[in-house]
Write a protein of this length. Structure first.
Length: 231
C-alpha cells in the first residue's frame, strides 16, 4: 500500500513539474511552421503543383507544394502573416494567419482588404481552393450600335442636327421682332456676307430681348447745328 502511494506521489510530482516547465516556456522566441493543402478542381492541368508555391508576406517566407497539394512553411516566428498561393494557372483567395506570442496558438482568417477589421474564421491547417483559372488575355470588344453612337465623331455630327431641330421650336415662342432679327442673321450667315455679327453682339441681342439697332454717330457739324437751333 505504501509502495502504491509513493508511485502516485511521484506521478503527481512529475505532472506538476511538466506543467511548471510549460508555463515558463517563452513562446515568442520559438519558430513555427505553417501547414495546409491546395486543391484544384480543374483536371485539364495536372502538373500545376511544381509551378506553384506558397508565399508568406510577399516572399519573406515561402514553401513548395507537393504533388498531393500539401505544403509546409518552416521557421516562422510569432506574428500576423498574409499567406498566398502563387500559380501561373489558377487564382486562389489569400488568407491571414495569426501566431500568438503568448500561447503559440495559430488562428486563420480571411484576408479582407476593404474591411481589415472584419474577422471571418477559417479552418487550420489552411485549405486553398482555386476559384477560377487565370486569364491573361482580354476579350476583344465587339461592335455594337451603342458604342458607335457614343463615339465623339458621331456626337459631333448629331449635336448640330439636334440644334437644327430645336431652333424652329424656339423661334415659334419668340416675339416677332426677335424672330425677324434671327431670320436676318441666319440669312446673313447663309449668304456668306462679309459683315458677320460678332458673338458678343449676337449674345447681347439675344439676352437683351430687344432688336434695337445701333444708332449711327452724329458728326460734329450736325451737333453744332442742333445746338444753334436750340438757342
Amino acid at each position: 500500500m505504501a509502495h502504491v502511494n509513493v508511485n502516485v506521489i511521484a506521478f503527481l510530482l512529475m505532472l506538476y513539474v511538466n506543467v511548471s516547465v510549460q508555463d515558463e516556456v517563452d513562446y515568442s522566441t520559438l519558430l513555427y511552421k505553417l501547414e495546409g493543402k491546395v486543391q484544384v478542381t480543374d483536371s485539364s492541368i495536372s502538373d500545376w503543383a511544381p509551378h506553384a508555391k506558397v508565399i508568406v508576406d510577399g516572399g519573406r517566407f515561402f514553401g513548395f507544394i507537393k504533388q498531393d497539394g500539401t505544403f509546409v512553411v518552416n521557421n516562422v516566428p510569432p506574428g500576423s502573416y498574409l499567406v498566398e498561393v502563387s500559380s501561373p494557372n489558377f487564382v486562389f483567395e489569400p488568407a491571414r494567419v495569426d501566431i500568438s506570442s503568448k500561447t503559440g496558438k495559430m488562428r486563420a482568417r480571411k484576408s479582407d482588404v476593404l474591411r481589415p477589421s472584419a474577422v471571418t474564421a477559417l479552418p487550420y491547417p489552411l485549405k486553398f481552393k482555386a476559384n477560377t483559372q487565370a486569364n491573361f488575355f482580354t476579350k476583344r470588344e465587339e461592335w455594337s450600335i451603342a458604342s458607335t453612337l457614343m463615339s465623339p465623331m458621331v456626337l459631333m455630327m448629331l449635336a448640330p442636327m439636334a440644334l437644327m431641330m430645336i431652333m424652329p421650336m424656339m423661334m415659334k415662342n419668340m416675339d416677332p421682332e426677335s424672330q425677324k432679327e434671327m431670320e436676318d442673321k441666319m440669312s446673313m450667315l447663309q449668304g456668306g456676307g462679309n459683315s458677320l455679327p460678332s458673338m458678343e453682339e449676337w449674345l447681347t441681342n439675344m439676352l437683351g430681348g430687344g432688336s434695337s439697332k445701333a444708332q449711327p454717330k452724329k458728326s460734329k457739324k450736325e451737333i453744332t447745328k442742333k445746338n444753334r437751333d436750340r438757342r
